[in-house]
Design a binder for this molecule. Structure first.
Ligand SMILES: Nc1nc2c(ncn2[C@@H]2O[C@H](COP(=O)(O)OP(=O)(O)OP(=O)(O)O)[C@@H](O)[C@H]2O)c(=O)[nH]1
Ligand SMILES: [Mg+2]
Length: 293
């Protein structure tokens, strides 16, 4: 049996979370077109007769001095250092700049083998693909290079073959039907955040966090009550998240209700969603400690 921990690393929006969900055939990690969607080290587990691959999705590696961004960078680096194998994702739609260089420099310091994957093959031109190949040949000459579309599930089986080749022998660490280890409150807050950030633009996705305040099971009515708050940074952003006549809140609720229900099969769900403003929360160490775990 093989068993390995795999860190998924790459710039924001490279498709790391999409790839993890494709591999696990499950919504393990939320995704969005806006960069810096993932804020935590998120585990997704894949098991088949070859063994078990324990993936950790990480926040997109983004060079910035802002308090929160630095914490996200640290999460990515810590995960990198703790893994048996690194899966490095490149979005070749964007030219490799300073940020991509910072990643390969970090990867060069890590002892674990690196599998590189040029993602978004469904939309890449030959020129873009070749440029990414040349970049990898120059900066990570020892890494295996794969090409895939995480979105269309193309080339993903080949990535698994490479990862199993590099995985050490070992006993499975999780039951064969496990696909994540995230606490329920966290999963629900992420489901709500995903729907919220996909409805707003510009700076607002970054200004949102979600907190699940309470989950209560009413046995008499067979109902799960979830009370959650969507937090933004300014009063003016509250109205945008709520939408005209509550239109956006309605969409957020409709979007995440089936996903939350799936966590509690056979139970009714009451979802109480509020929107609040909390000034400059992204610089508040206590809040960051709580939400960035
Ligand atoms: N066309 C295409 N789009 C993709 C592919 N993989 C991901 N995307 C899109 O790229 C965007 C970002 O995907 P995510 O999976 O959230 O990217 P990420 O690397 O996890 O981003 P962060 O969490 O911000 O670091 C989303 O709009 C995805 O639908 C792909 O293979 N092809
Ligand atoms: Mg992500």
């Amino acid at each position: 049996m093989k068993c390995a921990t795999i860190a998924i690393i790459g710039r924001p929006s490279a498709g790391k979370s999409t790839l993890l969900n494709t591999i696990c055939e499950m919504k393990v990690s939320i995704t969005a077109a806006t960069p810096q969607t993932t804020r935590n080290a998120i585990r997704g587990i894949y098991t088949d007769p070859r063994g078990q691959l324990i993936f950790t999705d990480t926040p997109g590696y983004h060079l910035s001095d802002k308090t929160m961004n630095k914490r996200l960078q640290q999460t990515a680096i810590r995960t990198l250092e703790d893994s048996d194998v690194v899966l490095y994702l490149i979005d070749a739609k964007r030219t490799a700049g300073e940020e991509e260089l910072a990643i390969v420099q970090a990867l060069a310091k890590v002892k674990s083998p690196v599998v590189s994957c040029i993602n978004k093959s469904d939309i890449l031109t030959i020129g873009e693909h070749d440029a990414a190949k040349a970049f990898l040949a120059e900066h990570l000459p020892e890494s295996v290079v794969m090409t895939a579309s995480a979105k269309l599930d193309e080339g993903v089986d080949e990535i698994l073959i490479e990862l199993f080749k590099l995985a050490p022998e070992g006993e499975l660490l999780y039951p064969t039907d496990a696909y994540t280890d995230q606490p329920v409150e966290f999963r629900i807050s992420e489901m709500i955040r995903e729907k919220a950030i996909n409805l707003v633009t510009e700076e607002i996705p970054h200004a949102i966090y979600v907190t699940v305040e309470d989950i209560e099971h009413n046995k008499e009515t067979n109902t799960i009550w979830v009370r959650a708050a969507i937090i933004v940074e300014r009063e003016t952003q509250k109205g945008i998240v709520v939408g005209k006549g509550g239109a956006n809140i309605k969409k957020i609720r409709q979007g995440c209700t089936p996903e939350i229900r799936a966590i509690f099969p056979g139970k009714k769900l009451q979802l109480d969603l509020r929107v609040k403003a909390q000034d400059k929360w992204r610089n508040n160490a206590a809040i960051l400690d709580r939400i960035l775990r």
